[in-house]
Design a protein around this ligand. Structure first.
Ligand SMILES: Nc1nc2c(c(=O)[nH]1)N[C@H]1C(S)=C(S)[C@@H](COP(=O)(O)OP(=O)(O)OC[C@H]3O[C@@H](n4cnc5c(=O)[nH]c(N)nc54)[C@H](O)[C@@H]3O)O[C@H]1N2
Ligand SMILES: Nc1nc2c(c(=O)[nH]1)N[C@H]1C(S)=C(S)[C@@H](COP(=O)(O)OP(=O)(O)OC[C@H]3O[C@@H](n4cnc5c(=O)[nH]c(N)nc54)[C@H](O)[C@@H]3O)O[C@H]1N2
Ligand code: SF4
Ligand SMILES: [Mo]
Length: 754
C-alpha cells in the first residue's frame, strides 16, 4: 500500500499543476493588496461576515481602514466551517464587491423601433413594473403560476415573499441538479438526510472512500482541511475517479473506474465485506433491517464480475474492501454532494449508505457523527395563504422522494406544449443561472421565450439577466445583511453576516428588494419592520443573544443537547418504517422501486465520441467567480483534459484550440485549449464547469453589461449536455450520459446551433 502511495505521488509530481491539496493557498488572511504596506490589525476595524462565494458559507471578518476601505477578509477562528481559514475563493471574495462589471442599476426591457432593448430604470419604476406583472399573472392564471428558482442566502427572502403572496411553486438547481438524490438515498436507508456541512467525522477516521468526490478541487473548506490532516496522519484514502484528481494524487488507492459503472464496484465491495466476514456483525444485528436479503442479493456481484464492468482489477477490489473492513467502524464512504450523475443516483447513493451501515460507521467516531443544529425562533407573521397547487403537485406524484421542487419539471410546465392545469407563466430567478445549471439549454430558452414575465435578481450580468424583463441588481454579500447562518455541526452554532460597506452603485440588498415588492403587493402585515436588522435582533434576543453580541463575536456556539455518536445499547431509533437502518427499503418495496440496489448498464460511449466529464476548479465557484478580478487573476483559462491516446488520434497538441460537438449535433459556441494528460481515462475528456459565458446586455443608451474578463472563454459543459437521465425516485437529473467529439477546425456559423 505504501508502495502505491509513493507511485501516486510520483505521478502527481509529473502532472505538476493539478496537485494542490497542500494548504498554502488557504493561508490565513492573504491580502490582495500586494503593493501596499501591510497594515497592523489595530489600525483596522473588523465586521462580521459570512462568505457568499460558495454555499459553504464560512464565517469570517472583514477588515477596513479609517477610510472605510476593505483591506482583507479572513476566517473567524471559532467558525467550524472554516476553522479560521478561508479558501482562496473566500479570500478573494472582495472581488465580488470591486468588480467593475457588476450590475449597477435596475434595468427594464422595452421595445424601441420594433426592437427589444434594455433601459436604465429607477427602483420605483422597476418595482412597480414587477408588481404590475405579478398581479397580471395572478389575475389571468393564479398566483401559483409565478415560479421561483433560487440559490444562496438571497433565496429565502424571495421564497418567503412568494409564500406570503400565495405561490409555493419553487425549485433550485442546487437540489434537483445536485444533492437531492444523495439525500433521498440516505433518507431511504437511515430515515435522515445528511444536509450541510455533511457530518463526516474525517478528523477521527482511518479510511476515507471518495466516489468521484474530488475534495481539494471541490473546495468544501472545513472538509478539505480535514482531508489534508488525514493525509498528514497517513490515513487511507481510496479514490474512485476516472480522472487522476488532486485528491487521487494523495490517496493510498486510486481506482480509475470506467465512468458510469460505480454501482458494480459498490455491490462487489459489499459482496467481499459480507463473504469475508469483514462487516460489523454486532452493529448490523443491533441496528439494521434486511441483512439476509442483502447477503443473498450480492452473491452474484463478485469482484470478478465487477472487473469486467468497471475495468478495475478484481484484486484491487478485494484489497480495498479489506482496507475498509479493517478500519471499520472508523471508515467513511463519503456520500458526495453533486450526485445527479446517471439517472440511478438514489440507488447508487443507497449502495454507499448500505456500505456505511455494514461497516458500522453511521453514528460512530471516525464515521458519521450526529450533527446538531440550533433552533432560532422564526420572526412571527400572519398565517401564510394556502396555494391551490405547489411544486409538490408537479413533482411528487411522479417521484415519491422529490422532497423539493424539480427545476426541469417546472420548466416543462412553462412550455407552450404543456396543456395541463399547473401552468407556469412567469418566473423569478434569484441568484441562480439556469442556463449554466439546468439541462437542457434549448428547452430553457424556449420556456424563457414563452414566459409572460421574467425577473432576474443578480449581482452580475450572467446569462439569465439577458432573458429578463426586469433586472434587479443586488448588493454583494459584503454590502448587505442576510438571515443568521444556522448550521449543523458537532457544536450547534450561529453566525452573522453584517454589511461591511455601503452598497455600491444603485444596488440594494435582497431583503430590501423582497420587502419593497411585498409592501407594493399589500403584504404589509408580513413586513411589520423597516430594517431587516430588527428581525435578526428580535430572533437573537429570544435566545439570549443580540445583534450587539453577534457583531462582536461573529459566531456563537451553543451546548449540544444530544449525544454525538450512537448509544451502543442498540436502543437508537431510526426514522424508518422498521425503526432500523433499512438495508432493504420497505418504502421502495411499497412504491415499486428496487428495494435493494441493482446494477444497470448505462450503455457505451458511441463510436467516434468521448464521455464528457465535468467538475470544479479549486479557484472558482461555478461561473459566479470567473469575472472576479482577484480570482480571474489566479485562473482565467480553462483547459480540456485529453488523454495522449486521443491526442494522437485527433492529432492534438498541448494548448491547441478545439471545439466540441455532441451526438445531437450541438456544437460549442466557443473554443477551449487542450491539456494532454495521462490523468484522464482514454474514453473520456474533462471539462471544468462554469465557463463559456454568454451573458451580455446592451442598453438603448449603449451601456454595455458583460463579464468582460470571462465572456466567451472556454466551453460551457451545460451547453453540451442535452441528454438528461431522470432519477425515478427523486426526479434529479443525471448529467453524465453525455458525449462529445473534438473538432479541430472552427465550426461554420451554420454548424453552431445557438
Ligand atoms: N452542466 C452542469 N450543471 C450543473 C452543475 C455542473 O457541474 N454542470 N452543477 C450543479 C450543482 S452541484 C449546483 S449546486 C447548481 C448551482 O447552480 P446555480 O444555483 O445557478 O449556481 P450559483 O453559482 O449559486 O448561482 C449563479 C448565479 O448567482 C449569481 N450570484 C452570485 N452571487 C450572488 C449574490 O450575492 N446575489 C445574487 N442575487 N446573485 C448572485 C451569479 O451571478 C449567477 O448568475 O448547478 C448544477 N448544475
Ligand atoms: N472550488 C469549488 N468547489 C466547490 C464548488 C465549486 O463550484 N467550486 N461547488 C460546490 C458544490 S455546489 C458541489 S455540489 C460540490 C461538487 O463536488 P463533488 O460532489 O465532489 O464533485 P462532482 O462535481 O460530483 O464530481 C466531480 C468528480 O467526479 C468524477 N467523475 C466523473 N464521472 C464519474 C464516474 O462515473 N464515477 C466516478 N467515481 N467519478 C466520476 C470527475 O472526474 C470529478 O473528479 O462542489 C462544491 N465545491
Ligand atoms: S469554502 Fe471558500 S468560497 Fe466557500 S464559503 Fe468558505 S471561504 Fe467562501
Ligand atoms: Mo451543488
Amino acid at each position: 500500500m505504501q508502495n502505491s502511495r509513493r507511485k501516486f505521488l510520483k505521478i502527481s509530481t509529473l502532472g505538476a499543476t493539478g496537485a494542490a491539496l497542500t494548504y498554502p493557498v488557504v493561508a490565513k488572511g492573504i491580502s490582495f493588496f500586494k503593493n501596499e504596506e501591510p497594515l497592523s490589525d489595530d489600525k483596522l476595524t473588523k465586521v462580521a461576515t459570512v462568505c457568499e462565494v460558495c454555499f459553504w458559507n464560512c464565517a469570517g471578518w472583514v477588515y477596513k481602514d479609517e477610510d472605510n476601505k476593505i483591506k482583507k477578509i479572513i476566517g473567524n477562528d471559532i467558525d467550524p466551517h472554516s476553522n479560521g481559514k478561508l479558501c482562496p475563493r473566500g479570500t478573494g471574495g472582495l472581488g465580488m464587491y470591486t468588480d467593475e462589471d457588476r450590475l449597477k442599476h435596475p434595468l427594464i426591457r422595452v421595445e424601441k423601433d420594433g426592437e427589444q432593448t434594455f433601459v436604465e430604470a429607477t427602483w420605483e419604476e422597476a418595482l412597480d413594473l414587477v408588481v404590475k406583472n405579478m398581479k397580471k399573472i395572478d389575475k389571468k392564471y393564479g398566483k401559483e403560476s409565478l415560479a421561483l428558482f433560487y440559490h444562496g442566502k438571497t433565496g429565502p427572502h424571495f421564497k418567503h415573499l412568494f409564500q406570503y403572496w400565495g405561490s409555493d411553486t419553487n425549485a433550485k438547481p442546487a437540489s434537483a441538479q445536485c444533492l437531492i438524490t444523495r439525500e433521498a438515498g440516505y433518507i431511504a436507508t437511515y430515515g435522515a438526510g445528511l444536509a450541510s456541512p455533511e457530518p463526516t467525522d474525517i478528523r477521527n477516521t482511518e479510511c476515507l472512500v471518495l466516489i468521484g468526490s474530488h475534495i481539494g478541487e471541490n473546495m468544501h473548506n472545513g472538509h478539505v482541511q480535514d482531508v489534508s490532516d488525514l493525509i498528514d496522519r497517513g490515513g487511507d484514502i481510496i479514490t474512485v475517479d476516472p480522472r487522476f484528481s488532486t485528491v487521487a494524487a494523495h490517496s493510498s488507492h486510486w481506482l480509475p473506474i470506467k465512468p458510469s459503472t460505480d454501482m458494480a464496484l459498490l455491490l462487489a465491495w459489499i459482496h467481499v465485506l459480507i463473504n469475508e466476514d469483514l462487516y460489523d456483525k454486532e452493529y448490523v444485528e443491533k441496528y439494521t433491517h434486511g441483512f439476509d436479503e442483502l447477503k443473498e442479493h450480492v452473491q452474484k456481484y463478485t469482484p470478478e464480475w465487477a472487473q469486467s464492468i468497471t475495468t478495475i482489477p478484481a484484486g484491487d477490489i478485494y484489497k480495498t474492501a479489506r482496507v475498509m473492513g479493517n478500519a471499520s467502524p472508523k471508515v467513511i464512504i463519503h456520500p458526495g454532494r453533486h450526485t445527479a450523475w446517471y439517472g440511478d443516483d438514489t440507488q447508487r447513493t443507497r449502495a454507499m449508505a448500505i456500505l456505511n451501515a455494514i461497516l458500522g460507521s453511521w453514528g460512530r467516531k471516525g464515521g458519521f457523527y450526529f450533527a446538531e443544529k440550533f433552533k432560532l425562533p422564526k420572526h412571527p407573521h400572519p398565517p401564510v395563504p394556502k396555494p391551490k397547487w405547489t411544486w409538490r403537485d408537479i413533482s411528487q406524484g411522479k417521484h415519491k422522494l422529490a422532497f423539493a421542487g424539480i427545476t426541469n419539471e417546472i420548466i416543462d410546465h412553462a412550455l407552450p406544449e404543456y396543456k395541463g392545469e399547473h401552468k407556469v407563466k412567469g418566473m423569478f430567478f434569484v441568484a441562480t443561472n439556469p442556463l449554466q445549471a439546468v439541462p437542457d439549454e434549448e428547452k430553457i430558452k424556449k420556456a424563457l421565450h414563452h414566459l409572460e414575465f421574467v425577473v432576474a435578481v443578480d449581482t452580475m450580468p450572467s446569462e439569465i439577466t439577458g432573458y429578463a424583463d426586469v433586472v434587479l441588481p443586488e448588493a454583494t454579500f459584503l454590502e448587505r445583511l442576510d438571515d443568521i447562518r444556522v448550521s449543523q455541526h458537532k457544536s450547534p452554532n450561529i453566525a452573522l453576516r453584517y454589511p461591511a460597506v455601503e452598497p455600491k452603485y444603485n444596488t440594494k440588498p435582497g431583503w430590501w428588494i423582497a420587502r419593497e415588492i411585498g409592501i407594493r403587493l399589500g403584504l404589509n402585515d408580513f413586513y411589520p419592520w423597516e430594517n431587516f436588522e430588527e428581525v435578526l435582533d428580535w430572533q437573537l434576543k429570544q435566545v439570549g443573544s443580540s445583534m450587539e453580541e453577534m457583531k462582536e463575536v461573529g459566531v456563537k456556539h451553543f451546548p449540544r443537547t444530544k449525544p454525538m455518536y450512537i448509544n451502543e445499547d442498540g436502543s437508537h431509533y431510526f426514522n424508518t418504517n422498521t425503526g432500523k437502518i433499512e438495508l432493504v427499503s420497505t418504502d421502495f418495496q411499497e412504491w415499486g422501486y428496487d428495494p435493494l440496489p441493482v446494477y444497470k448498464s448505462h450503455g457505451e460511449v458511441p463510436a467516434g465520441y468521448l464521455r464528457l466529464i465535468y467538475g470544479r476548479l479549486p479557484m472558482h465557484t461555478f461561473g459566479r467567480t470567473l469575472n472576479n478580478p482577484n480570482l480571474n487573476d489566479l485562473k482565467s483559462e480553462p483547459k480540456l483534459w485529453v488523454n495522449p491516446k486521443n491526442a494522437r488520434i485527433y492529432g492534438l497538441e498541448n494548448d491547441q484550440e478545439v471545439w466540441l460537438k455532441n451526438p445531437k449535433g450541438k456544437v460549442s459556441s466557443f473554443s477551449i485549449k487542450v491539456r494532454i494528460t495521462e490523468r484522464i481515462r482514454h474514453d473520456s475528456v474533462f471539462l471544468p464547469h462554469g465557463f463559456g459565458n454568454k451573458g451580455r446586455i446592451v442598453t438603448a443608451d449603449g451601456e454595455l453589461f458583460e463579464m468582460s474578463r470571462t465572456y466567451g472563454r472556454g466551453i460551457s459543459d451545460a451547453e453540451m449536455i442535452t441528454n438528461v437521465s431522470i432519477d425515478p425516485e427523486t426526479g434529479g437529473t443525471g448529467l453524465r450520459n453525455n458525449f462529445v467529439a473534438i473538432l479541430t477546425e472552427k465550426p461554420t456559423k451554420k454548424e453552431v446551433i445557438s
